[in-house]
Write a protein that binds this ligand. Structure first.
Ligand code: NDP
Ligand code: 8X3
Length: 249
């Protein structure tokens, strides 16, 4: 029987690589994101029988509802929800950060994620499906400039654990993936379009790739049904932890 994954943020980075990974394994994928032309390119690459493009802004609940209502027959039964769409905006300390950026991160990384999850939960329970939520090491470890981004990802990780509790006995699996540094469009977005800053961050650092994370997303979602990985934290070898800081004087 063919299974279907609903992957948010499939126009780039982890979501795009995950769409390719699931289709390579014989799944159908509902691929979402705002950039419709990229979704169309994915359909052309992987085939209309395998990919259904759903272009909408995850913060727009009416558009989300319309996209769900328009799912064609072969894509309507969702087995795996991959809540991946998200972003960081800015690296300034909290006292200098943009409130608009903070609200955009909360609206996208938290509000949209819980809205979609709430909407799909009854269907996922009916199918004994799985939810894979993309959090971040930024939600586990604080770092300068992580402020609200890290806060949104801490929410995602804790929400996932709480979902596990509520879904006890339903057979639905919930996993949080907590990646460290991976080279995608993430830093271009975070810096409001500064490709040079993004290149500088990843240069000579051997960051993870989108495919590395897609492999983990596919892995946790396709384990034997009696297994649940609660959280999977993964970093490049080149990235580790810094110590506490002490201000004197
Ligand atoms: P990318 O910027 O490459 O991809 C982000 C995806 O999210 C895009 O497909 C984008 O689609 C989608 N997206 C963002 N905002 C919206 C929105 N309002 N509506 C619909 N879709 C949206 O970054 P990554 O692949 O790296 O990021 C994926 C997830 O992984 C994010 O949640 C990020 O926080 C997390 N993460 C990333 C890490 C990294 O180092 N790269 C590390 C840890 C976690 P579009 O713009 O077309 O709408
Ligand atoms: C982002 C991870 O390590 O770039 O979610 O802060 S990191």
């Amino acid at each position: 029987m063919t299974h279907t994954a609903f992957i948010t943020g499939a126009t780039s980075g982890f979501g795009l690589a995950a769409a390719r990974r699931f289709v390579a394994a014989g799944w159908k994928v509902v691929a979402t994101g705002r950039r419709a032309e990229r979704l169309q390119a994915l359909v052309e690459e992987l085939g209309a029988a395998n990919v259904h493009p759903a272009a909408f802004d995850v913060r727009d609940t009416a558009a989300m509802e319309a996209a769900l209502a328009a799912l064609p027959e072969g894509f309507a039964g969702i087995d795996v929800l991959v809540n991946n769409a998200g972003l960081a905006l800015g690296t300034a300390p909290a006292q200098q950060a943009s409130l608009d950026d903070w609200r955009t991160m909360i609206d996208t990384n938290i509000t949209a994620l819980v809205t979609l999850t709430h909407r799909l939960l009854p269907a996922l329970v009916a199918r004994k499906g799985a939810i894979v939520n993309v959090s971040s090491v930024a939600g586990v470890y604080p770092y300068p400039g992580g402020n609200v981004y890290g806060g949104t990802k801490a929410f995602v990780s804790q929400f996932s654990l709480n979902l596990r509790t509520d879904l006890h006995g339903t057979g639905v699996r919930v996993t949080t993936i907590e990646p460290g540094m991976a080279e995608t469009e993430f830093t271009v977005v975070r810096t409001h379009g500064n490709q040079a800053a993004s290149d500088a961050l990843y240069r000579d650092a051997s960051p993870m790739t989108a495919e590395d994370i897609a492999e983990q997303i596919h892995y946790v979602a396709t384990l034997p049904p009696h297994l649940n990985i609660n959280r999977l934290e993964i970093m490049p070898v080149s990235q580790s932890f810094a110590g506490f800081q002490v201000h004197r004087g």
